[in-house]
Ligand binder design. Sequence first.
Ligand SMILES: Nc1ncnc2c1ncn2[C@@H]1O[C@H](COP(=O)(O)OP(=O)(O)OP(=O)(O)O)[C@@H](O)[C@H]1O
Ligand SMILES: [Mg+2]
Length: 277
Amino acid sequence: MLEEAVEKAGVSLQELSAIAVTEGPGLIGALLVGVVAGKALACALDLPLIGVHHIAGHIYANQLVHELEYPLISLVVSGGHTELILMERPGQFRIIGRTRDDAAGEAYDKIARAMGLPYPGGPHVDRLAQEAESEIKMPRSWLEADSYDFSFSGLKSAVLNVVNQSKMRGEAVQVAQIAKGFQASVIDVLVEKADRAVREYGAKQLLLAGGVAANKGLRSRLAERCEQLNVPLLVPPLGLCTDNAAMIGAAAFLKWDKQEFDSMELKAEPQLKLEEW
Ligand SMILES: Nc1ncnc2c1ncn2[C@@H]1O[C@H](COP(=O)(O)OP(=O)(O)OP(=O)(O)O)[C@@H](O)[C@H]1O
Ligand SMILES: [Mg+2]
């Protein structure tokens, strides 16, 4: 992969300025492989090493195509995270809301599996939701009136109930109508909370990030809302929404600008906190 990457980029390893690598959070096995490879390269090429937070990567994927203006609100929706983050300066993150149970992407994948759709289920549920003409109404989880937190496990259970009831009655599962109802619920809550955060914190931009940022329904509903709010919505191009290496390079510039490098002691941190990175 490394060989292919430098070949496609038209550069040689010797021309690089630094090596950026995801230090966390995530599964320890995957992180270890990356950190060891990153250190080996930095050592062999005598280059500075920069450990990067995976979610900072998702957020800064936007900077590859947009100019960021602070303060901004980031809505991170991925396989493991659903967070609203206030950013008053480059590289400064304050999490104002997070999921209390399942992440949005995780909920997509779980309900997709229950309906027999391939993994990852997000894109399939998204497509079916666009195609369906009617929806099966699903609950919305707003939590406390002033909360920016999210909860998707109740919605997931509601979907599983509908699926199981159809199966018990020997009826065909209405996959597309369920997908549409599920997606409408997820999007309603994400849009309302992001809107409130943008207004409360006077954000100059709303920035969308993470794998679920590829969701067509979410992108169009957020774009509509941002137009009403007169606040630009920044979304990464589709290829930069789900995990990719370019986004890790983009976030590494935060440290590069300050010439803040890591030593060969850099460790994989499965629980690395964004606010402490
Ligand atoms: N069009 C889409 N609609 C909804 N979800 C989508 C879409 N495309 C991808 N996803 C979801 O995005 C998720 C993958 O995103 P990502 O790669 O950022 O997750 P991750 O790296 O596993 O989690 P994290 O970044 O939180 O550690 C999967 O859950 C997938 O179903
Ligand atoms: Mg990810």
